[in-house]
Design a protein around this ligand. Structure first.
Ligand SMILES: [Mg+2]
Length: 337
């Protein structure tokens, strides 16, 4: 079976890119030029029961919310602002109308919070699994989309929020922990578990930060972390034909990961921060002279931003730990088709 990246690279070779497609296949979203002051941003995301989510892990409301959230995150990753969405479902016969209603409660909750309008979609039956396809349409100022290809040697690498909690939440779900569990017996660990589960099941796409950093023109390249820091930073490095060094001590590892990963899960927190997927944080590069304005933007949006490394001439990703440099193999999540 071909991997996701093999399929994308084959289609990329085949698909003609007309001049008015400013960013064709291969980035977080496509960007098209239209008459007027804006470019159109378009992307879609397919979520499949049993592959991306389990219906016994979360309420239909949370599943619907996340299905739209992850697509909107890709518009933010272009420095754009999402405006419209279309939702298609393939439903197994066993799903009740209450389930579908609750699923749409979550979809509309995310859409309303983001100022996004649902303008259409499609439905079908499905033999056994639920499929949710979401399309997002948005805008950015003409020629201002932030792609994966713009990183320059000397750029600093920044990430929003904290890392590792989504993968931790996924591991906890696999162990049988649920959001609705009563964790009164162990308040500290219970709180950390709840935060990790929420990060996985109810991610908050960084829409305001993505839009405002795009409007301010402060970043040279950007991507959202869906497959893991190591894999998504490697996408930037490949498209920008550059290398990078990140600093282990600088990585903003989520508190829940530090609290739970070593003892309860016998997992290195750094490993989860480097390779854990589905974070939906923004990873971007910017020249060092933009640092102060990025810190101002972080304060204005109330979203922490951390500098974690720098882009260098060359190729590949390396991590500096206690003064020593080691190569990092991207081993975030890659969906097997
Ligand atoms: Mg993306």
């Amino acid at each position: 079976m071909p991997t996701e990246s093999e399929i994308i690279s084959r289609i990329r070779k085949r698909a003609a890119a007309p001049r008015d497609a400013r960013v064709p296949i291969g980035d977080d979203a496509a960007v098209m030029e239209f008459a007027g002051a804006d470019d159109l941003i378009a992307c879609c995301d397919l979520m499949v029961e049993g592959v991306h989510f389990q219906t016994h892990w979360a309420t239909p409301r949370l599943i619907g919310r996340k299905a739209l959230a992850v697509t909107l995150s890709d518009v933010a990753a272009m420095g754009g602002s999402p405006r419209f969405a279309m939702i298609s479902l393939a439903l197994p016969a066993a799903k009740s109308s209450e389930f579908v209603n609750e699923l749409f409660d979550g979809i509309f909750e995310m859409a309303d919070a983001a100022g996004v309008f649902i303008i259409g979609g499609d439905t079908s039956s499905s033999p056994d699994s639920l499929f949710i396809d979401t399309i997002a349409l948005g805008r950015c100022a003409k020629g201002r989309a932030i792609t994966r290809a713009g990183a320059l040697p000397g750029d600093r690498i920044f990430v929003t929020g904290s890392l590792g909690a989504s993968r931790l939440g996924l591991m906890l779900l696999g162990q049988g922990f649920r959001l609705e569990d009563d964790s009164q017996n162990d308040k500290e660990a219970g709180r950390a578990r709840r935060l990790a589960l929420l990060k996985h099941l109810a991610p908050a796409p960084r829409l305001e930060f993505g839009r405002t950093i795009g409007e301010a023109g402060l970043a040279n390249s950007m991507i959202d972390i869906s497959d893991g820091l190591s894999t998504d930073l490697s996408h930037i490095l490949e498209e920008s034909r550059s290398g990078a060094i990140i600093h282990a001590a600088a990585l903003p590892i989520d508190d829940s990961v530090i609290a739970l990963a070593p003892d309860e899960l016998k997992t290195d927190p750094l490993d989860l921060a480097l390779h854990g997927g589905e974070e939906y944080e923004l990873l971007f590069t910017a020249p060092p002279e933009n640092r102060d304005r990025i810190i101002e933007l972080s304060a204005a949006t109330g979203l922490p931003v951390t500098e974690i490394g720098e882009i260098i001439i060359g190729e590949g990703l390396r991590i500096e730990r206690n003064g020593a440099l080691e190569p990092v193999k991207p081993r975030g999540y890659e969906h097997l088709i």
